[in-house]
Design a protein around this ligand. Structure first.
Ligand code: DI6
Ligand code: FE
Length: 397
């Protein structure tokens, strides 16, 4: 296929804009991209699709979701509006643990079918790669069940799925006060089993006063390294626990949330090349007041990704373009940083080098937008100006 007359945002450099551009696709890969006038003769005969000046970007990458889970937490939303805090609810056994109860009771098939409408919303917004975490099972079998359901999304829908093991998300009631035992008896064994079954691309954890300390997590990250798996961390979301620096010391792909990130944490991330994943949906939902230190991250040269954090508690958000808008308005990212955050830098946060930009040899995952400037994607509030999506070289029906 040949796309013609596109306004191309290649996302190499900044936007990497090329007006009146062409993109040649061969199978699932990009063969050539550049100005129409330079199109090599062999590609001119390919079946064409005239973009009529529309913006074409890489397919969007949602690098942080909890899209597989059972039930919802609308009642908790009501409780928070009556004055309870997220931490109060978690300490009272609600919050994440109420989703754990529902997820344990659901079959793998049920988890899959309930995730699909959420994934469909992401796809309708231009997502071509989605990361999905476990973390609401908290037993070996229930964590595996979540990861199997997540992997099966890719059989049902035109989207790439990357799975992340997050057994260290919360301490289940049966291990209350026994984080070390939970690590040894559930988190590490479920990771080994998931690895043996080929169900896991990365290892994540929730480092927080209401979850795990860096000391609790050290054996898990050591196991990840022994298994050859990259790590990530929910760090500094509600308090500063030194999580980002701990993750960076383990060569983490990303540290995520980061509202309470310290200057030391920022420096450690910069030195390790760890991506900062910015999650404005959770900040917005929990009405947090401290924004992540975006200016310091920018000054230190830490790449920033933006994701939905799609989950039933702190971020029931299934739109990456709305996450981009929030990242700009709430956190002062530029629209260019926000778009880099859902393309190039999101790919890096997942350890993927074959996508996130438009360049020869990369996957032919593209979005054609009813827009003519890339800043429009972050500028509109809650719009989905997707015209067409191309996944692995195929135009969506
Ligand atoms: N931080 C989050 O924002 C999600 N997990 C986490 O560690 C929230 C998960 C939930 O509330 O269900
Ligand atoms: Fe999360």
């Amino acid at each position: 296929m040949l796309l013609t007359h596109a306004t191309l945002a290649t996302m190499t450099g900044g936007y990497g804009l090329i007006p009146d551009a062409a993109v040649a696709l061969e199978g699932a890969r990009i063969a050539w991209a550049g100005p129409m006038a330079d199109l090599p003769a062999p590609y001119r005969a390919l079946p064409g699709h005239d973009c009529s000046g529309r913006l074409v970007t890489p397919g969007l990458i949602d690098c942080h979701t909890h899209a597989v889970h059972a039930g919802h937490r609308a009642v908790e939303f009501e409780l928070r509006l009556k004055g309870a805090s997220y931490e109060d609810i978690a300490r009272a056994g609600g919050g994440i643990l109420s989703t754990v109860t529902a997820t344990r009771a659901a079959s793998e098939d049920r988890l899959l079918t309930s995730a699909l409408p959420r994934v469909d919303q992401l796809i309708a917004g231009g997502t071509t790669t989605v990361e999905v975490k476990s973390g609401y099972g908290l037993t070996v079998e229930d964590e595996l069940k979540m990861l199997r359901a997540a992997r099966r999304i890719a059989d049902q829908r035109p989207v790439s799925v990357r799975t992340t093991h997050l057994a260290a998300h919360a301490i289940p009631p049966e291990y209350k006060g026994r984080a070390t035992a939970y690590m040894a008896e559930v988190a590490i064994p479920s990771l080994r089993a998931a690895r043996a079954e080929g169900l896991v691309d990365a290892v994540d954890a929730f480092c927080e006063t209401i979850a795990f300390s860096t000391a609790d997590l050290a054996p898990l990250f050591a196991e990840a390294s022994a298994l050859g798996l990259p790590v990530k961390l929910h760090a500094e979301q509600l308090t500063d626990q030194g999580g980002a620096a701990f993750a960076a010391r383990h060569g983490a792909l990303s540290a995520d949330h980061l509202e309470y990130l310290s200057p030391d944490g920022t420096a450690a991330m910069a030195a390790a090349g760890t991506v900062a994943v910015i999650l404005p949906g959770a900040f917005y939902t929990l009405r947090e007041t401290q924004a992540p230190p975006v200016a310091a991250l920018r000054a230190a040269g830490v790449p920033m990704a933006v994701a939905t954090d799609l989950n039933p508690g702190s971020s029931p958000l299934a739109s990456l373009t709305l996450a981009m808008n929030m990242a700009c308005t709430l956190f002062r990212l530029t629209p260019e940083e926000a778009l880099l955050g859902v393309t190039r830098h999101a790919a890096r946060a997942l350890g993927l080098t074959d996508r996130g930009r438009i360049a020869p040899g990369l996957r032919a995952d593209l979005c054609l937008w009813d827009a003519d400037h890339p800043a429009e994607l972050a500028y509109r509030i809650g719009a989905t100006p997707l015209h067409h999506r191309i996944f692995g070289g195929r135009l969506d029906a």
